[in-house]
Design a protein around this ligand. Sequence first.
Ligand code: CAA
Length: 301
Amino acid sequence: MHGKVLLIPGSAEITNQKISMKNITVVGAGTMGNGIAHVFALKGFRVHLIDASEAALEKAMQTIEKNLQRQVSKGIINEVEKQETLQRIFTFFNIAEGVQQADLVIEAATENSEIKKSIFKQLDENAHPDCILATNTSSISITQLANVTNRPNKVIGMHFMNPVPVMKLVEVINGKETSEATTNTIVELTKLLDKIPCVVKDAPGFIANRILMPMINEAIHAFAEGISDAATIDQIMKLGMAHPMGPLQLADYIGLDVCKNILDIMNTGFNNEKYAPCPLLVNMVAQGKLGVKTGEGFYKY
Ligand code: CAA
């Protein structure tokens, strides 16, 4: 895996001397999956994007095109680069076909432990033995996912932030048995995407969500207690702490179901009620008010 400079037809040169990967498979074509496919394809990798739903794959390709177009409009890339990027993305319905030739798989499916374990079993059975299996999970244990495979040393967390084409962070999470070689490869690969890897250990919520979610939860408590309205709470955090979005707007953007799910995982994982989701959050999720994606959360869209 060392020392090669790759040139994929019609692609940018992949110049990091420590990386010789060229084929990336992404499982799950939702917001995170299509963002991950976007950034890898833009950097010259051949990307296989897998989703069981044809509609999800179609929507993902439209979203990638739209987000590439934003980058064209800003002068970050040109029209030719946009077209070449799109041509490097191939869609698949099933894992067995989509992981053929993969040097790295990034799973970005539904945030459900049983679904992810089932996917990891299939990935392990079908991917080349040298292939690294990464997950974009925001809070599920990497070690538990690794344990359903026969290659726990090659399983790692690669947690991208939304919107993937914009956010610089990749939280790299080592499971108990992740090898140093695997971590080093993922760190170098992250740099190649012009992103910044931050390596952490496996613990509920890792670092990003362990700190972000209690802040969001506390903002929801303050809102539920009527201490202030949503816009003012958000304004305080934007103006006072230089956050680009206030916590309630960010919760709507992430998805209230996702926020609740991560808080539940931390509550159970640490056995500590301080992470319990605010009853208002629980109610809003039960009512289907999930934020931007359903048109209503703390704000209307
Ligand atoms: N693809 C490509 N480019 C995009 C984009 C996308 N999906 N979304 C936004 N952009 C670009 C815009 O074109 C714009 O580019 P320029 O700076 O060159 O003009 C830039 O990003 C800013 O976008 P906008 O001008 O549209 O809007 P904005 O200034 O309000 O920024 C934002 C939008 C980047 C989303 C900003 O509000 C922000 O950073 N918000 C916080 C996001 C955040 O915290 N993300 C982490 C969520 S937590 C998570 O993801 C992990 C988890 O596990 C829950």
